[in-house]
Write a protein that binds this ligand. Sequence first.
Ligand code: DAT
Ligand code: MG
Length: 151
Amino acid sequence: GVNERTFIAVKPDGVQRKLVGEIVRRFEKKGFKLVGLKLMQASEELLREHYSELRSKPFFRALIAYMGSGPVVAMVWQGLDVAKTARKMLGKTNPADSLPGTIRGDYCVEVGRNVIHGSDSVESAQREIALWFRQNELHCWEDNCNHWIYS
Ligand code: DAT
Ligand code: MG
């Protein structure tokens, strides 16, 4: 429904490369609603939990080091089918497979520096939002444009 939420994070390379504004802009212009946003240095503990499904992968250590190498911009976006649509906006995990027009297709080259995270399902989004945000950091506000986005 229109109250679906997903977790998006601009990774440390995205912050360093000044892509925060461009990424926020894409989600705003699409018509999704921003309900949470913060710049933060993620702890190793948080990152290990966030990526716990990948703990046995050969790239896990490098992934945790990369994600902790600088601040990230953690966000929650809301809207109809936002989790699935956000994944389409991101492109494929490997930027080499991502089409031009997607964020990874337009702004990065290697899978180990792919500038953005997005939850892979509604269930993952719920888990990740609870992990990264406190309830009082999420804001329910009336979007006065809703009328022009939803019929
Ligand atoms: P996604 O971020 O598209 O959900 P994922 O959950 O499979 O992809 O992996 C999480 C991150 O781990 C991914 O954004 C980049 C890194 N990663 C994935 N596969 C990798 C690989 N083969 N080599 C290096 N890093 C990889
Ligand atoms: Mg994933």
